[in-house]
Design a protein around this ligand. Structure first.
Ligand code: LMR
Length: 331
C-alpha cells in the first residue's frame, strides 16, 4: 500500500495551503490605458494620476498599465483594441469619433467656442453629457471629457490671413470636418496619425499642422515649424472611454471607486491643462526656433469668415440643435 512519508505529507499540505491562499487573493484586474501623446501633457498627466489613485485606493484589486506615445497602439488602432478588449481605457481626441457617431463632430467646427470656459459649459450641459452615452450601442462608454486646449496653426510660412494657407499641405486628424476646414481656405489637408506628424513636417510630406501648444512642444514640432499662428480656431479635447461590457462587468465596489477617481482626475486635468499649454508656449518662445504670430482682430475675423461655411456643410450630420446648444455655451 502507498505510504506517505512525513516529508511528502508536509509538502502536500503546504502546497494546498498555498493554493488556498491563492484562491483567497484573486489576481488584480488589469486596466491597460493606451494613448498617443507624451506623459507631460494634459492627457498624459491624467493617465498617470489615474494609475496612482486607482492603485492607492484599490490595492491588490486593480493594476493600471499606462502606455503613452503610441507605444502600444497608435491612432486608428486604439479604438479597435478597445473594442477587442486588448486595452480598457483610451482617450482619443474628439476629432477621432466620426466612425462611431457623427454628432461628436460638433467639437471640430472651426471658431465655434470662444474659449475653454465655453467648451467646459457645453461639455457639462445636458447635450454635452448625452454624447458620453451616445455610443453604448457600439460598446463604447464615455466616462469623462478631458481638456487639452485650443489649437494653433503652424507652418513654415507666416500665416496671417487665410490666403497665406493656399496650396499648403496640412496634416489633419482623421476628421472630415477638419479636412473641410482646410479645403475652404484652399489648402490641402492630409490625414495622418499623430505619431507620424513630426516626421511628416520634417520631410515636407506636409507643410503645416494644427495642435495646442502642449502637443507641439512635447512632439518637438516647433523644431520643424518656423511659424505658429495663435489662431485659437478650434478645440482639441478628449473623451475618456472604456469598453461598455468590460466596465459593466467590474465588481460594483471597484467600479464605483474608479468612477469617483475619474471625477477627481478629470477635475485635475481640466484645471491644469491651461497652465500646461501656457508653459509650453513659453518653452517654445525660449527655444527661439519658431515665431509666434499674434493675429489682429481683423485678421482673426478673416479666418473666421473663411472657415465658418464648414458649419452649414455639416449641419445635417451633426444636427442644427446640437450646434445651437454648443454655440449657446458662449453666452
Ligand atoms: C492629434 O492627433 O493631433 C491629437 O489628437 C493627439 C492627441 O491625442 O492629443
Amino acid at each position: 500500500m502507498f505510504k506517505l512519508t512525513a516529508k511528502a505529507l508536509a509538502c502536500a499540505l503546504s502546497l494546498s495551503i498555498a493554493g488556498m491562499a491563492q484562491a483567497a487573493e484573486p489576481e488584480p484586474i488589469v486596466i491597460k490605458f493606451s494613448h498617443v501623446v507624451a506623459d507631460h501633457t494634459p492627457k498624459g498627466q491624467g493617465a498617470v494620476l489615474f494609475k496612482k489613485l486607482a492603485e492607492e485606493r484599490l490595492p491588490g484589486k486593480v493594476k493600471v498599465e499606462v502606455y503613452p506615445n503610441s507605444s502600444l497602439f497608435g491612432d486608428g488602432k486604439e479604438m479597435e483594441a478597445l473594442l477587442l478588449g486588448d486595452v480598457q481605457l483610451i482617450a482619443p481626441s474628439l476629432a477621432k469619433f466620426e466612425q462611431y457617431t457623427k454628432q461628436i463632430q460638433v467639437f471640430d467646427l472651426p471658431f465655434l467656442f470662444q474659449d475653454m470656459a465655453a467648451v467646459d459649459r457645453f461639455q457639462l450641459s445636458p447635450e454635452g453629457q448625452a454624447l458620453l452615452t451616445s455610443m453604448e450601442d457600439k460598446n463604447i462608454t464615455g466616462l469623462a471629457y478631458w481638456h487639452n486646449g485650443l489649437k494653433q496653426l503652424s507652418a513654415n510660412k507666416a500665416l496671417r490671413e487665410p490666403k497665406d494657407a493656399r496650396g499648403l499641405k496640412f496634416r489633419v486628424q482623421a476628421s472630415a470636418v477638419l479636412e473641410e476646414q482646410f479645403k475652404v481656405v484652399r489648402a490641402n489637408p492630409r490625414k495622418m496619425s499623430f505619431a507620424e506628424v513630426y516626421q511628416g513636417l520634417q520631410t515636407g510630406v506636409v507643410n503645416g499642422a494644427e495642435n495646442p501648444y502642449s502637443n507641439i512642444y512635447s512632439q518637438k514640432m516647433h523644431e520643424v515649424q518656423k511659424f505658429i499662428t495663435e489662431s485659437n480656431h478650434g478645440v482639441l479635447d478628449y473623451m475618456l472611454i472604456t469598453n461598455t461590457k468590460f466596465w459593466n462587468s467590474l465588481p460594483a465596489d471597484v467600479r464605483s471607486e474608479l468612477d469617483k477617481i475619474i471625477v477627481e482626475v478629470t477635475a485635475e486635468v481640466n484645471k491644469q491643462a491651461g497652465a500646461l499649454n501656457d508653459g509650453d508656449k513659453q518653452r517654445i518662445l525660449e527655444a527661439k526656433t519658431t515665431e509666434i504670430i499674434e493675429l489682429t482682430p481683423e485678421q482673426r475675423g478673416m479666418w473666421r469668415d473663411a472657415m465658418k461655411p464648414v458649419w452649414s456643410k455639416f449641419e445635417g450630420e451633426i444636427g442644427a440643435d446640437l450646434i445651437k446648444a454648443a454655440d449657446a455655451a458662449n453666452q
